[in-house]
Design a protein around this ligand. Structure first.
Ligand SMILES: [Fe+2]
Ligand SMILES: [Fe+2]
Length: 284
């Protein structure tokens, strides 16, 4: 039975539309020394959905621009390269988080704000640690997309919702991931990693997604540790994590692994909450 569900889950991964070429092309162009912003505008404009999301995000008070921006080109003039990359990835992610995740008890808005908050927090941590711009980019791609597996699994958590609820009642100390494993034989981290591999993202990005709920795996790379930590912090803030949002604590070994002083956590919580609320304003 579980084997059949598992097969269907991995078949469903193959039906999720490919990560837009536009995004890969834009990120590639943004790696160059001298970015051709007209070319960048042309690339992003070819996808109206990404363009609309980009303009909404950029006009949120989180970016503090002096005027309302109605063209991509103008927006690029005010933004740093890293900010442009971040907004491209966040705009694309919004296309995938396009309906309520009923099986997880998360609304369409909340799952995207959760992803966004994770991206913001992860970027802040990576910057503090002194990551290179290329590695910072990796960190927020992985953190914005860390729960992408939920869009695949939602159908199955919904179908098995009674079983999930029964186990949750019986095993009060279990988290949602343990129940995913018991009922479905997989968790959303593993499914998300599989999807990102299909989209041809580098292995270290899919690994971080695979590891974000696994207390051993998350210690095996600094990128995975940051993604896991940003997810914990966004959940602690109550930003869109879903059914088990308040079960999260920051594990000491995760902080040690990243060489982060516990006091710094308050700064990350503050930045994550403040910026994601400002962006949220633009979308409600
Ligand atoms: Fe997750
Ligand atoms: Fe999450």
């Amino acid at each position: 039975m579980k084997r059949q569900i598992l097969e269907r889950i991995f078949d469903k991964v193959d039906t999720i539309p490919a990560f837009p070429k536009v995004a890969f092309q834009a990120l590639e162009l943004l790696k160059k020394e001298d970015v051709d912003f007209r070319e960048l505008e042309r690339i992003i404009k070819s996808d109206p959905g990404i363009t609309a999301n980009f303009l909404k995000i950029v006009n949120s008070p989180a970016f503090g621009l002096p005027q309302k921006i109605d063209s991509l080109f103008k927006a690029f003039m005010f933004l740093g390269i890293n900010q442009i990359k971040f907004i491209v990835v966040a705009s694309v992610a919004k296309k995938y988080f396009s309906k309520d995740l009923i099986g997880y008890g998360i609304s369409v808005e909340d799952i995207w704000f959760h992803s966004l908050a994770c991206g913001i927090i992860a970027e802040e941590i990576a910057f503090d640690i002194g990551f290179s711009p290329a590695k910072i980019e990796t960190v927020y791609i992985a953190s914005i997309l860390h729960d992408i597996g939920k869009i695949v699994l939602d159908l199955y958590t919904k179908l098995e919702i009674k079983e999930f609820q029964k186990i949750a009642r019986e095993k009060v100390d279990w988290d949602f991931i343990q129940i995913e494993w018991l009922v479905l034989g997989v968790d959303h981290g593993l499914v998300g990693a599989h999807l990102l591999e299909r989209w041809e993202f580098p292995k270290y990005i899919s690994f971080a997604i695979r590891a974000h709920h696994d207390s051993d795996l998350m210690l095996q790379s600094d990128i995975a540790s940051i993604v896991a930590l940003s997810n914990i912090l966004a959940n602690m803030l109550g930003i869109g994590g879903g059914v088990d949002v308040f079960n999260y604590r920051v594990p000491e070994n995760l902080l040690k692994n990243l060489n982060i002083e516990p006091e710094k956590i308050y700064k990350y919580l503050k930045v994550g909450l403040y910026k994601s609320l400002l962006i949220q304003k633009e979308f409600v």
